[in-house]
Design a protein around this ligand. Structure first.
Ligand code: N01
Length: 554
Protein backbone atom coordinates (compact mmCIF):
# COMPACT_ATOMS: atom_id res chain seq x y z
CA UNK A 1 0.00 0.00 0.00
CA UNK A 2 1.21 3.48 -0.78
CA UNK A 3 -0.70 5.25 1.96
CA UNK A 4 0.60 7.89 4.35
CA UNK A 5 1.39 7.35 8.01
CA UNK A 6 -1.68 7.28 10.25
CA UNK A 7 -2.80 10.66 11.45
CA UNK A 8 -3.02 10.68 15.23
CA UNK A 9 -5.33 13.48 16.20
CA UNK A 10 -7.24 14.88 19.11
CA UNK A 11 -10.34 15.25 17.04
CA UNK A 12 -13.80 14.24 18.05
CA UNK A 13 -15.42 15.09 21.35
CA UNK A 14 -16.73 11.88 22.84
CA UNK A 15 -20.42 11.72 23.67
CA UNK A 16 -22.10 8.89 25.49
CA UNK A 17 -23.30 6.23 23.11
CA UNK A 18 -25.97 3.62 23.57
CA UNK A 19 -23.54 0.93 22.47
CA UNK A 20 -19.97 0.67 21.30
CA UNK A 21 -20.93 -1.37 18.26
CA UNK A 22 -24.14 -1.53 16.27
CA UNK A 23 -24.37 -4.52 13.94
CA UNK A 24 -26.98 -4.54 11.20
CA UNK A 25 -28.20 -7.90 9.98
CA UNK A 26 -28.68 -11.26 11.71
CA UNK A 27 -27.33 -13.35 8.86
CA UNK A 28 -24.30 -15.60 9.09
CA UNK A 29 -21.89 -12.65 9.07
CA UNK A 30 -23.83 -10.43 11.50
CA UNK A 31 -24.28 -13.22 14.04
CA UNK A 32 -20.57 -13.97 13.98
CA UNK A 33 -19.72 -10.26 14.24
CA UNK A 34 -22.00 -9.90 17.25
CA UNK A 35 -20.35 -12.88 18.90
CA UNK A 36 -16.80 -11.70 18.21
CA UNK A 37 -17.44 -8.13 19.36
CA UNK A 38 -19.14 -9.36 22.55
CA UNK A 39 -16.29 -11.75 23.19
CA UNK A 40 -13.86 -8.83 22.84
CA UNK A 41 -15.76 -6.96 25.56
CA UNK A 42 -17.69 -4.39 23.54
CA UNK A 43 -21.29 -3.46 24.19
CA UNK A 44 -23.16 -4.51 21.06
CA UNK A 45 -26.66 -4.29 19.67
CA UNK A 46 -27.75 -6.08 16.51
CA UNK A 47 -30.70 -4.80 14.49
CA UNK A 48 -32.41 -7.04 11.96
CA UNK A 49 -35.14 -6.18 9.45
CA UNK A 50 -36.59 -9.69 9.52
CA UNK A 51 -38.63 -11.32 12.23
CA UNK A 52 -35.94 -13.89 13.02
CA UNK A 53 -32.40 -15.04 12.66
CA UNK A 54 -30.80 -16.12 9.37
CA UNK A 55 -30.53 -13.21 6.94
CA UNK A 56 -30.50 -14.70 3.44
CA UNK A 57 -31.42 -18.02 5.03
CA UNK A 58 -34.37 -16.42 6.79
CA UNK A 59 -35.85 -14.78 3.71
CA UNK A 60 -35.12 -17.43 1.08
CA UNK A 61 -37.39 -20.11 2.53
CA UNK A 62 -38.93 -21.11 -0.79
CA UNK A 63 -39.49 -24.82 -1.40
CA UNK A 64 -36.22 -26.45 -2.42
CA UNK A 65 -33.90 -23.81 -0.94
CA UNK A 66 -30.68 -25.37 0.27
CA UNK A 67 -26.91 -24.90 0.42
CA UNK A 68 -24.85 -25.71 -2.62
CA UNK A 69 -21.61 -25.46 -0.64
CA UNK A 70 -21.03 -28.42 1.68
CA UNK A 71 -22.87 -27.76 4.96
CA UNK A 72 -19.76 -28.20 7.14
CA UNK A 73 -17.68 -25.84 4.98
CA UNK A 74 -20.39 -23.16 5.02
CA UNK A 75 -21.00 -23.41 8.76
CA UNK A 76 -19.12 -21.63 11.55
CA UNK A 77 -15.71 -23.06 12.32
CA UNK A 78 -14.71 -20.78 15.21
CA UNK A 79 -15.82 -23.26 17.87
CA UNK A 80 -14.79 -26.90 17.86
CA UNK A 81 -17.49 -27.65 20.45
CA UNK A 82 -20.17 -26.13 18.22
CA UNK A 83 -18.91 -28.13 15.26
CA UNK A 84 -18.92 -31.35 17.27
CA UNK A 85 -22.36 -30.95 18.75
CA UNK A 86 -24.18 -30.06 15.51
CA UNK A 87 -24.66 -32.91 13.05
CA UNK A 88 -25.66 -31.80 9.57
CA UNK A 89 -27.96 -34.52 8.26
CA UNK A 90 -27.02 -33.87 4.61
CA UNK A 91 -23.96 -32.75 2.71
CA UNK A 92 -26.09 -29.87 1.40
CA UNK A 93 -28.54 -28.84 4.09
CA UNK A 94 -31.96 -27.50 3.29
CA UNK A 95 -33.22 -24.12 4.47
CA UNK A 96 -35.21 -25.23 7.55
CA UNK A 97 -32.14 -27.06 8.86
CA UNK A 98 -29.94 -24.00 8.21
CA UNK A 99 -32.37 -21.74 10.04
CA UNK A 100 -32.44 -24.20 12.97
CA UNK A 101 -28.65 -24.21 13.05
CA UNK A 102 -28.37 -20.42 13.10
CA UNK A 103 -30.94 -20.18 15.89
CA UNK A 104 -28.98 -22.82 17.79
CA UNK A 105 -25.79 -20.77 17.43
CA UNK A 106 -27.53 -17.62 18.62
CA UNK A 107 -28.89 -19.35 21.71
CA UNK A 108 -25.77 -21.36 22.45
CA UNK A 109 -23.66 -18.21 22.56
CA UNK A 110 -26.36 -16.21 24.35
CA UNK A 111 -26.65 -13.65 21.56
CA UNK A 112 -30.41 -13.25 21.28
CA UNK A 113 -30.66 -10.73 24.11
CA UNK A 114 -28.45 -8.40 22.05
CA UNK A 115 -30.73 -8.59 19.01
CA UNK A 116 -33.80 -6.66 17.96
CA UNK A 117 -35.95 -7.91 15.09
CA UNK A 118 -38.38 -6.21 12.70
CA UNK A 119 -36.08 -3.18 12.76
CA UNK A 120 -35.33 -1.93 9.25
CA UNK A 121 -32.72 0.81 9.15
CA UNK A 122 -34.12 4.01 7.69
CA UNK A 123 -31.07 6.23 8.22
CA UNK A 124 -27.54 6.07 9.57
CA UNK A 125 -25.97 9.49 10.10
CA UNK A 126 -22.37 10.10 11.09
CA UNK A 127 -21.69 12.95 13.48
CA UNK A 128 -18.21 14.32 12.95
CA UNK A 129 -18.02 16.15 16.24
CA UNK A 130 -18.61 13.12 18.40
CA UNK A 131 -17.36 10.47 15.94
CA UNK A 132 -20.55 8.46 16.37
CA UNK A 133 -23.32 7.03 14.21
CA UNK A 134 -26.99 7.68 14.89
CA UNK A 135 -29.15 4.99 13.38
CA UNK A 136 -32.92 5.21 13.04
CA UNK A 137 -35.23 2.27 12.42
CA UNK A 138 -38.64 1.75 10.87
CA UNK A 139 -40.12 1.08 14.30
CA UNK A 140 -39.14 4.48 15.60
CA UNK A 141 -36.03 3.52 17.55
CA UNK A 142 -32.84 5.58 17.47
CA UNK A 143 -29.50 4.16 18.52
CA UNK A 144 -26.18 5.93 18.83
CA UNK A 145 -23.09 3.82 18.40
CA UNK A 146 -19.39 4.49 18.05
CA UNK A 147 -18.99 1.85 15.34
CA UNK A 148 -21.51 0.78 12.73
CA UNK A 149 -21.05 -2.65 11.17
CA UNK A 150 -23.42 -3.24 8.28
CA UNK A 151 -23.50 -7.00 7.74
CA UNK A 152 -26.38 -6.59 5.34
CA UNK A 153 -25.40 -9.26 2.83
CA UNK A 154 -25.06 -9.34 -0.93
CA UNK A 155 -28.31 -11.12 -1.74
CA UNK A 156 -30.69 -9.24 0.53
CA UNK A 157 -32.59 -6.92 -1.79
CA UNK A 158 -34.91 -8.98 -4.01
CA UNK A 159 -35.12 -7.66 -7.55
CA UNK A 160 -38.38 -7.39 -9.47
CA UNK A 161 -37.88 -6.56 -13.13
CA UNK A 162 -39.94 -3.75 -14.60
CA UNK A 163 -42.70 -5.75 -16.24
CA UNK A 164 -45.86 -3.78 -17.10
CA UNK A 165 -48.86 -4.68 -14.98
CA UNK A 166 -46.93 -6.48 -12.24
CA UNK A 167 -49.18 -5.02 -9.54
CA UNK A 168 -52.34 -5.85 -11.46
CA UNK A 169 -52.06 -9.62 -11.09
CA UNK A 170 -55.19 -10.89 -9.32
CA UNK A 171 -53.62 -14.03 -7.86
CA UNK A 172 -50.82 -14.38 -5.31
CA UNK A 173 -47.27 -13.26 -6.10
CA UNK A 174 -44.14 -14.31 -4.25
CA UNK A 175 -40.46 -13.51 -4.71
CA UNK A 176 -38.14 -16.41 -3.82
CA UNK A 177 -36.04 -13.96 -1.82
CA UNK A 178 -39.00 -12.86 0.31
CA UNK A 179 -40.83 -16.13 0.75
CA UNK A 180 -43.47 -15.96 3.52
CA UNK A 181 -42.81 -17.70 6.83
CA UNK A 182 -46.39 -18.98 6.83
CA UNK A 183 -46.91 -21.99 4.54
CA UNK A 184 -47.89 -21.23 0.95
CA UNK A 185 -50.54 -23.63 -0.30
CA UNK A 186 -49.41 -24.66 -3.76
CA UNK A 187 -51.41 -27.87 -4.02
CA UNK A 188 -53.67 -27.95 -7.04
CA UNK A 189 -52.67 -24.44 -8.14
CA UNK A 190 -51.64 -23.17 -11.57
CA UNK A 191 -48.21 -21.74 -10.91
CA UNK A 192 -45.81 -19.68 -13.02
CA UNK A 193 -42.12 -19.38 -12.17
CA UNK A 194 -40.30 -16.46 -13.81
CA UNK A 195 -36.52 -16.89 -13.83
CA UNK A 196 -34.18 -19.85 -14.05
CA UNK A 197 -31.22 -18.75 -11.93
CA UNK A 198 -30.12 -20.74 -8.87
CA UNK A 199 -33.39 -19.98 -7.04
CA UNK A 200 -35.71 -20.79 -9.95
CA UNK A 201 -34.03 -24.11 -10.71
CA UNK A 202 -34.30 -25.11 -7.04
CA UNK A 203 -37.97 -24.20 -6.65
CA UNK A 204 -39.12 -25.74 -9.96
CA UNK A 205 -38.42 -29.43 -9.20
CA UNK A 206 -39.43 -28.93 -5.56
CA UNK A 207 -43.00 -27.90 -6.46
CA UNK A 208 -43.49 -29.65 -9.81
CA UNK A 209 -45.17 -32.67 -8.26
CA UNK A 210 -47.41 -30.64 -5.98
CA UNK A 211 -49.01 -28.04 -8.20
CA UNK A 212 -51.72 -28.66 -10.79
CA UNK A 213 -49.66 -27.08 -13.56
CA UNK A 214 -46.29 -25.37 -13.60
CA UNK A 215 -45.16 -23.02 -16.34
CA UNK A 216 -41.55 -21.90 -16.36
CA UNK A 217 -40.70 -18.57 -17.99
CA UNK A 218 -37.07 -18.77 -19.07
CA UNK A 219 -35.21 -15.86 -20.62
CA UNK A 220 -31.72 -17.37 -20.45
CA UNK A 221 -31.00 -21.07 -20.05
CA UNK A 222 -28.38 -21.90 -17.44
CA UNK A 223 -25.63 -24.52 -17.32
CA UNK A 224 -27.15 -26.60 -14.51
CA UNK A 225 -25.35 -29.67 -13.19
CA UNK A 226 -26.35 -32.04 -10.40
CA UNK A 227 -25.83 -31.06 -6.78
CA UNK A 228 -25.40 -34.74 -5.88
CA UNK A 229 -26.63 -34.28 -2.35
CA UNK A 230 -26.56 -37.23 0.06
CA UNK A 231 -27.10 -37.91 3.74
CA UNK A 232 -24.00 -37.72 5.91
CA UNK A 233 -23.66 -41.25 7.22
CA UNK A 234 -22.56 -41.99 10.82
CA UNK A 235 -19.03 -42.95 9.72
CA UNK A 236 -18.69 -39.68 7.79
CA UNK A 237 -19.98 -37.71 10.78
CA UNK A 238 -17.29 -39.31 12.94
CA UNK A 239 -14.61 -38.57 10.33
CA UNK A 240 -15.70 -34.94 10.06
CA UNK A 241 -15.40 -34.55 13.82
CA UNK A 242 -12.02 -36.27 13.94
CA UNK A 243 -10.68 -34.19 11.06
CA UNK A 244 -12.05 -30.86 12.24
CA UNK A 245 -8.74 -29.07 12.72
CA UNK A 246 -7.23 -30.36 9.48
CA UNK A 247 -10.38 -29.42 7.58
CA UNK A 248 -10.41 -25.91 9.04
CA UNK A 249 -6.75 -25.52 8.14
CA UNK A 250 -7.38 -26.63 4.57
CA UNK A 251 -10.32 -24.29 4.22
CA UNK A 252 -8.31 -21.41 5.63
CA UNK A 253 -5.58 -22.00 3.08
CA UNK A 254 -7.88 -22.59 0.14
CA UNK A 255 -8.36 -19.91 -2.48
CA UNK A 256 -12.14 -20.07 -2.56
CA UNK A 257 -13.06 -21.64 0.78
CA UNK A 258 -13.84 -25.17 -0.45
CA UNK A 259 -12.34 -28.60 0.26
CA UNK A 260 -12.44 -29.89 -3.32
CA UNK A 261 -9.07 -31.07 -4.60
CA UNK A 262 -7.66 -29.45 -7.72
CA UNK A 263 -7.16 -31.59 -10.79
CA UNK A 264 -3.70 -31.70 -12.37
CA UNK A 265 -4.56 -32.07 -16.05
CA UNK A 266 -5.77 -29.76 -18.80
CA UNK A 267 -8.68 -30.71 -21.03
CA UNK A 268 -6.77 -31.62 -24.15
CA UNK A 269 -4.13 -33.62 -22.25
CA UNK A 270 -6.72 -36.40 -22.44
CA UNK A 271 -8.24 -38.24 -25.38
CA UNK A 272 -11.91 -37.57 -26.05
CA UNK A 273 -12.87 -40.90 -24.49
CA UNK A 274 -10.84 -40.15 -21.35
CA UNK A 275 -12.23 -36.63 -21.25
CA UNK A 276 -15.79 -37.86 -21.39
CA UNK A 277 -15.04 -40.39 -18.64
CA UNK A 278 -13.57 -37.61 -16.51
CA UNK A 279 -16.56 -35.36 -17.23
CA UNK A 280 -18.81 -38.21 -16.09
CA UNK A 281 -16.90 -38.20 -12.78
CA UNK A 282 -17.35 -34.44 -12.58
CA UNK A 283 -21.07 -34.73 -13.37
CA UNK A 284 -21.37 -37.12 -10.41
CA UNK A 285 -19.26 -34.98 -8.08
CA UNK A 286 -20.76 -32.78 -5.37
CA UNK A 287 -21.72 -29.13 -6.03
CA UNK A 288 -18.84 -26.77 -6.78
CA UNK A 289 -16.37 -29.63 -7.33
CA UNK A 290 -17.40 -29.25 -10.97
CA UNK A 291 -15.63 -25.90 -10.94
CA UNK A 292 -12.90 -26.52 -8.39
CA UNK A 293 -11.82 -30.04 -9.42
CA UNK A 294 -12.43 -29.87 -13.13
CA UNK A 295 -9.72 -29.58 -15.80
CA UNK A 296 -7.28 -26.81 -14.93
CA UNK A 297 -8.04 -24.82 -18.09
CA UNK A 298 -11.83 -25.06 -17.90
CA UNK A 299 -12.34 -21.41 -17.03
CA UNK A 300 -9.43 -20.09 -19.06
CA UNK A 301 -9.63 -21.80 -22.43
CA UNK A 302 -12.80 -21.34 -24.47
CA UNK A 303 -12.31 -24.58 -26.39
CA UNK A 304 -11.91 -26.49 -23.12
CA UNK A 305 -15.01 -24.86 -21.70
CA UNK A 306 -16.94 -25.71 -24.89
CA UNK A 307 -16.08 -29.40 -24.46
CA UNK A 308 -17.57 -29.46 -20.95
CA UNK A 309 -20.62 -27.55 -22.23
CA UNK A 310 -21.07 -30.11 -25.01
CA UNK A 311 -20.96 -32.87 -22.41
CA UNK A 312 -23.65 -31.10 -20.35
CA UNK A 313 -25.75 -30.51 -23.48
CA UNK A 314 -25.61 -34.25 -24.22
CA UNK A 315 -26.78 -34.92 -20.66
CA UNK A 316 -29.69 -32.51 -21.03
CA UNK A 317 -30.74 -34.18 -24.29
CA UNK A 318 -30.52 -37.59 -22.64
CA UNK A 319 -32.60 -36.57 -19.60
CA UNK A 320 -35.33 -34.42 -21.17
CA UNK A 321 -37.79 -36.49 -23.21
CA UNK A 322 -39.04 -33.71 -25.49
CA UNK A 323 -36.23 -32.68 -27.89
CA UNK A 324 -37.68 -29.20 -28.37
CA UNK A 325 -37.74 -28.57 -24.60
CA UNK A 326 -34.21 -29.96 -24.33
CA UNK A 327 -33.06 -27.59 -27.06
CA UNK A 328 -34.49 -24.62 -25.19
CA UNK A 329 -32.83 -25.71 -21.95
CA UNK A 330 -29.35 -25.77 -23.49
CA UNK A 331 -27.67 -22.36 -23.15
CA UNK A 332 -26.48 -20.84 -26.39
CA UNK A 333 -25.25 -17.47 -25.26
CA UNK A 334 -22.69 -18.01 -22.52
CA UNK A 335 -19.95 -20.38 -21.40
CA UNK A 336 -20.05 -22.53 -18.27
CA UNK A 337 -19.39 -20.30 -15.22
CA UNK A 338 -19.68 -17.10 -17.21
CA UNK A 339 -22.73 -16.71 -14.98
CA UNK A 340 -22.82 -18.26 -11.53
CA UNK A 341 -23.67 -21.92 -12.29
CA UNK A 342 -26.58 -23.46 -10.37
CA UNK A 343 -26.45 -26.98 -8.94
CA UNK A 344 -29.69 -28.88 -9.14
CA UNK A 345 -31.67 -31.84 -7.93
CA UNK A 346 -34.13 -33.25 -10.45
CA UNK A 347 -34.29 -30.02 -12.44
CA UNK A 348 -34.10 -31.34 -16.00
CA UNK A 349 -36.15 -34.40 -14.99
CA UNK A 350 -38.99 -32.07 -13.89
CA UNK A 351 -39.66 -31.21 -17.56
CA UNK A 352 -40.71 -34.83 -18.18
CA UNK A 353 -43.68 -34.23 -15.89
CA UNK A 354 -46.66 -33.62 -18.23
CA UNK A 355 -47.82 -30.82 -15.92
CA UNK A 356 -44.61 -28.82 -16.42
CA UNK A 357 -44.07 -26.62 -19.47
CA UNK A 358 -41.40 -24.21 -20.58
CA UNK A 359 -41.91 -20.82 -22.19
CA UNK A 360 -38.86 -19.45 -23.96
CA UNK A 361 -38.96 -15.69 -23.47
CA UNK A 362 -36.50 -15.10 -26.29
CA UNK A 363 -39.03 -16.57 -28.70
CA UNK A 364 -42.13 -15.19 -26.98
CA UNK A 365 -41.27 -12.29 -24.63
CA UNK A 366 -43.51 -11.23 -21.75
CA UNK A 367 -45.74 -8.37 -22.88
CA UNK A 368 -47.36 -7.66 -19.52
CA UNK A 369 -48.79 -9.18 -16.39
CA UNK A 370 -52.56 -9.34 -16.65
CA UNK A 371 -55.06 -9.72 -13.81
CA UNK A 372 -55.53 -13.36 -14.75
CA UNK A 373 -51.98 -14.35 -15.63
CA UNK A 374 -49.02 -13.62 -17.88
CA UNK A 375 -49.30 -12.31 -21.41
CA UNK A 376 -46.51 -13.19 -23.81
CA UNK A 377 -46.23 -12.53 -27.53
CA UNK A 378 -48.37 -15.64 -28.15
CA UNK A 379 -51.21 -14.90 -25.73
CA UNK A 380 -52.24 -15.03 -22.06
CA UNK A 381 -51.71 -18.02 -19.77
CA UNK A 382 -53.77 -17.97 -16.59
CA UNK A 383 -52.33 -18.57 -13.13
CA UNK A 384 -53.25 -18.66 -9.46
CA UNK A 385 -49.71 -17.95 -8.30
CA UNK A 386 -46.71 -16.21 -9.87
CA UNK A 387 -43.27 -16.88 -8.39
CA UNK A 388 -40.68 -14.24 -9.16
CA UNK A 389 -37.30 -15.98 -9.10
CA UNK A 390 -35.75 -12.89 -10.64
CA UNK A 391 -32.73 -12.36 -8.42
CA UNK A 392 -31.33 -9.54 -6.35
CA UNK A 393 -29.75 -6.11 -6.46
CA UNK A 394 -26.48 -7.83 -5.68
CA UNK A 395 -23.63 -6.58 -3.54
CA UNK A 396 -24.52 -2.95 -2.94
CA UNK A 397 -28.34 -3.22 -2.85
CA UNK A 398 -28.87 -3.07 0.91
CA UNK A 399 -26.05 -0.66 1.70
CA UNK A 400 -27.24 2.06 -0.66
CA UNK A 401 -30.81 1.81 0.64
CA UNK A 402 -30.00 2.37 4.32
CA UNK A 403 -29.72 6.16 4.22
CA UNK A 404 -26.03 6.07 5.17
CA UNK A 405 -24.58 9.58 5.45
CA UNK A 406 -20.91 9.97 6.23
CA UNK A 407 -18.64 12.94 6.76
CA UNK A 408 -20.18 16.22 5.58
CA UNK A 409 -23.47 14.44 4.91
CA UNK A 410 -21.92 12.40 2.09
CA UNK A 411 -24.47 9.82 0.90
CA UNK A 412 -23.05 6.34 0.35
CA UNK A 413 -25.17 5.98 -2.79
CA UNK A 414 -23.54 9.16 -4.17
CA UNK A 415 -20.02 8.07 -3.20
CA UNK A 416 -20.73 4.82 -5.04
CA UNK A 417 -22.65 6.35 -7.95
CA UNK A 418 -20.12 4.85 -10.39
CA UNK A 419 -19.84 1.57 -8.49
CA UNK A 420 -18.52 0.67 -5.05
CA UNK A 421 -15.13 1.93 -3.94
CA UNK A 422 -13.75 0.09 -0.93
CA UNK A 423 -10.66 -0.92 0.95
CA UNK A 424 -10.64 -4.68 1.71
CA UNK A 425 -14.37 -4.71 0.87
CA UNK A 426 -14.81 -3.35 4.41
CA UNK A 427 -14.09 0.40 4.54
CA UNK A 428 -14.97 3.35 2.35
CA UNK A 429 -13.46 6.84 2.51
CA UNK A 430 -15.76 9.49 3.93
CA UNK A 431 -17.46 6.99 6.21
CA UNK A 432 -15.42 6.80 9.42
CA UNK A 433 -16.23 3.99 11.85
CA UNK A 434 -18.36 2.18 9.24
CA UNK A 435 -17.52 -1.42 8.31
CA UNK A 436 -19.45 -3.60 5.86
CA UNK A 437 -18.24 -7.22 6.04
CA UNK A 438 -19.77 -9.53 3.46
CA UNK A 439 -20.61 -6.66 1.13
CA UNK A 440 -19.19 -5.64 -2.26
CA UNK A 441 -15.57 -6.66 -2.98
CA UNK A 442 -15.78 -9.14 -0.10
CA UNK A 443 -15.94 -12.66 -1.44
CA UNK A 444 -15.39 -14.83 -4.50
CA UNK A 445 -16.26 -18.31 -3.38
CA UNK A 446 -17.73 -19.85 -0.27
CA UNK A 447 -19.13 -16.67 1.31
CA UNK A 448 -18.96 -17.42 5.06
CA UNK A 449 -15.26 -18.20 4.84
CA UNK A 450 -14.45 -14.78 3.37
CA UNK A 451 -16.93 -12.90 5.51
CA UNK A 452 -15.60 -14.60 8.64
CA UNK A 453 -12.09 -13.44 7.71
CA UNK A 454 -13.42 -9.90 7.46
CA UNK A 455 -15.23 -10.11 10.81
CA UNK A 456 -12.04 -11.34 12.48
CA UNK A 457 -10.12 -8.41 11.01
CA UNK A 458 -12.81 -5.90 12.05
CA UNK A 459 -12.84 -7.23 15.60
CA UNK A 460 -9.04 -7.03 15.81
CA UNK A 461 -9.28 -3.47 14.50
CA UNK A 462 -11.83 -2.46 17.13
CA UNK A 463 -9.54 -3.89 19.82
CA UNK A 464 -6.54 -2.08 18.30
CA UNK A 465 -8.42 1.23 18.42
CA UNK A 466 -9.62 0.67 21.97
CA UNK A 467 -6.19 -0.35 23.25
CA UNK A 468 -4.64 2.83 21.87
CA UNK A 469 -7.46 5.16 22.80
CA UNK A 470 -8.57 5.94 19.25
CA UNK A 471 -12.20 6.72 18.63
CA UNK A 472 -12.37 7.03 14.89
CA UNK A 473 -10.90 5.25 11.91
CA UNK A 474 -11.22 6.29 8.28
CA UNK A 475 -9.48 4.76 5.32
CA UNK A 476 -7.18 6.93 3.29
CA UNK A 477 -8.47 7.70 -0.24
CA UNK A 478 -5.26 6.30 -1.77
CA UNK A 479 -5.78 2.92 -0.11
CA UNK A 480 -9.40 2.83 -1.24
CA UNK A 481 -8.39 3.73 -4.79
CA UNK A 482 -5.66 1.09 -4.85
CA UNK A 483 -7.91 -1.74 -3.62
CA UNK A 484 -10.72 -0.74 -5.98
CA UNK A 485 -8.25 -0.60 -8.88
CA UNK A 486 -7.09 -4.12 -7.97
CA UNK A 487 -10.72 -5.32 -8.03
CA UNK A 488 -11.51 -3.66 -11.35
CA UNK A 489 -8.31 -4.81 -13.06
CA UNK A 490 -8.65 -8.36 -11.76
CA UNK A 491 -12.27 -8.46 -12.92
CA UNK A 492 -11.03 -8.83 -16.49
CA UNK A 493 -9.57 -12.22 -15.53
CA UNK A 494 -12.72 -13.39 -13.77
CA UNK A 495 -14.65 -16.19 -15.47
CA UNK A 496 -17.82 -14.19 -14.94
CA UNK A 497 -18.91 -12.16 -17.90
CA UNK A 498 -20.12 -8.59 -17.82
CA UNK A 499 -23.68 -9.88 -18.30
CA UNK A 500 -23.50 -11.53 -14.90
CA UNK A 501 -25.20 -9.93 -11.91
CA UNK A 502 -21.72 -9.95 -10.34
CA UNK A 503 -21.25 -6.86 -12.53
CA UNK A 504 -24.66 -5.45 -11.63
CA UNK A 505 -25.93 -6.27 -15.14
CA UNK A 506 -29.38 -7.45 -14.04
CA UNK A 507 -30.44 -4.08 -12.60
CA UNK A 508 -31.05 -1.39 -15.24
CA UNK A 509 -28.95 1.72 -14.64
CA UNK A 510 -26.62 0.03 -12.16
CA UNK A 511 -22.95 0.75 -12.93
CA UNK A 512 -21.21 -2.21 -14.58
CA UNK A 513 -18.58 -2.70 -11.91
CA UNK A 514 -17.25 -5.93 -10.50
CA UNK A 515 -18.83 -6.64 -7.13
CA UNK A 516 -16.72 -9.60 -5.99
CA UNK A 517 -13.17 -9.74 -4.68
CA UNK A 518 -11.09 -10.49 -7.74
CA UNK A 519 -7.98 -10.91 -5.57
CA UNK A 520 -9.59 -13.74 -3.63
CA UNK A 521 -8.62 -14.66 -0.10
CA UNK A 522 -4.84 -14.50 -0.67
CA UNK A 523 -5.09 -10.82 -1.59
CA UNK A 524 -7.37 -10.14 1.38
CA UNK A 525 -5.00 -11.92 3.78
CA UNK A 526 -1.96 -10.11 2.34
CA UNK A 527 -3.65 -6.70 2.59
CA UNK A 528 -4.78 -7.34 6.17
CA UNK A 529 -1.25 -8.44 7.11
CA UNK A 530 0.02 -5.22 5.54
CA UNK A 531 -2.46 -3.13 7.56
CA UNK A 532 -1.45 -4.81 10.81
CA UNK A 533 2.27 -4.85 9.99
CA UNK A 534 2.27 -1.16 9.08
CA UNK A 535 0.38 -0.12 12.20
CA UNK A 536 -2.72 0.89 10.23
CA UNK A 537 -0.90 3.34 8.02
CA UNK A 538 -3.68 3.17 5.43
CA UNK A 539 -5.96 4.95 7.89
CA UNK A 540 -6.60 8.21 9.59
CA UNK A 541 -7.10 7.49 13.28
CA UNK A 542 -8.28 10.10 15.78
CA UNK A 543 -8.64 10.35 19.54
CA UNK A 544 -11.47 12.06 21.41
CA UNK A 545 -10.80 15.12 23.44
CA UNK A 546 -13.48 14.31 26.01
CA UNK A 547 -14.18 10.96 27.57
CA UNK A 548 -17.72 9.88 28.22
CA UNK A 549 -19.14 7.23 30.50
CA UNK A 550 -18.73 3.65 29.42
CA UNK A 551 -22.19 2.44 28.54
CA UNK A 552 -23.51 -0.71 30.12
CA UNK A 553 -23.86 -3.64 27.74
CA UNK A 554 -27.21 -3.91 25.99
O1 N01 B 1 -31.14 -14.90 -9.21
P1 N01 B 1 -30.39 -14.83 -10.64
P2 N01 B 1 -31.32 -16.16 -8.27
N1 N01 B 1 -38.00 -11.56 -17.47
O2 N01 B 1 -30.09 -13.37 -10.82
C1 N01 B 1 -34.46 -13.95 -14.73
C2 N01 B 1 -27.62 -17.43 -4.76
N2 N01 B 1 -28.44 -18.63 -4.60
O3 N01 B 1 -32.17 -15.72 -7.13
O4 N01 B 1 -30.54 -14.71 -16.96
C3 N01 B 1 -37.69 -12.86 -17.36
O5 N01 B 1 -29.30 -15.78 -10.73
C4 N01 B 1 -33.03 -14.02 -15.14
O6 N01 B 1 -32.93 -14.19 -16.55
P3 N01 B 1 -31.59 -13.70 -17.32
C5 N01 B 1 -26.59 -17.72 -5.84
O7 N01 B 1 -25.42 -17.02 -5.57
C6 N01 B 1 -27.84 -19.72 -4.09
O8 N01 B 1 -31.76 -17.31 -9.01
O9 N01 B 1 -31.26 -12.33 -16.75
N3 N01 B 1 -36.75 -13.35 -16.60
C7 N01 B 1 -32.59 -15.24 -14.34
O10 N01 B 1 -32.98 -16.42 -14.97
C8 N01 B 1 -27.30 -17.19 -7.04
O11 N01 B 1 -26.47 -16.97 -8.11
C9 N01 B 1 -28.55 -20.87 -3.97
O12 N01 B 1 -31.97 -13.68 -18.73
C10 N01 B 1 -36.04 -12.46 -15.88
C11 N01 B 1 -33.38 -15.07 -13.05
O13 N01 B 1 -34.46 -14.20 -13.34
C12 N01 B 1 -27.94 -15.95 -6.46
O14 N01 B 1 -28.42 -16.37 -5.20
C13 N01 B 1 -29.87 -20.92 -4.35
C14 N01 B 1 -36.29 -11.10 -15.92
C15 N01 B 1 -32.57 -14.44 -11.95
O15 N01 B 1 -31.51 -15.28 -11.64
C16 N01 B 1 -29.09 -15.38 -7.25
O16 N01 B 1 -29.88 -16.45 -7.74
C17 N01 B 1 -30.46 -19.78 -4.84
C18 N01 B 1 -37.32 -10.66 -16.77
N4 N01 B 1 -37.61 -9.35 -16.91
C19 N01 B 1 -29.73 -18.63 -4.97
N5 N01 B 1 -35.43 -10.49 -15.09
C20 N01 B 1 -27.88 -22.05 -3.43
O17 N01 B 1 -27.99 -23.11 -3.95
C21 N01 B 1 -34.67 -11.45 -14.55
N6 N01 B 1 -35.04 -12.65 -15.02
C22 N01 B 1 -27.01 -21.89 -2.26
Amino acid sequence: MTSPEPVHEQGSSRLATDVDVLVVGAGITGIYQLHRAREAGFSVLLLEAGGGVGGTWFWNRYPGARFDSESYTYAYLFSKELFEEWEWPEHFAQQPEIERYLNHVVDRFDLRRHMQFDATITSAIYDELSGTWTVATSNGAEVRARFLIAATGVLSVPWFPHVPGRDEFGGASYHTGMWPATPVDLAGKRVAVIGTGSSGVQVIPAIAGEVAALTVYQRTANWCTPLNNAPILPGEQARLRADFEAMRERLNRSMHGFLHRRHDRATFDDSRADRWAFFETMWNSPGFAKLNSNYTDLLLDHAANAEWCEFIAEKIRSIVDDPETARKLIPNDHRFAEKRPPFVTGYYEAYNNPDVSLVDLVETPIVRIAASGIETADGVREFDIVVWATGFDFGTGALVRMGIRGRGGLALEDHWADGPTTFLGIHSTGFPNLFFPGGPHAAAGNNPRYNGDQVDYITDTLVYLRDRGYDTIEVDPAAEAEWTEMIDTGAALSPFGERSYFFGANVPGKPRKYLLNSGGRPKLFAAIADVVGSDYKAFRLTRSSVSGPTPSPV
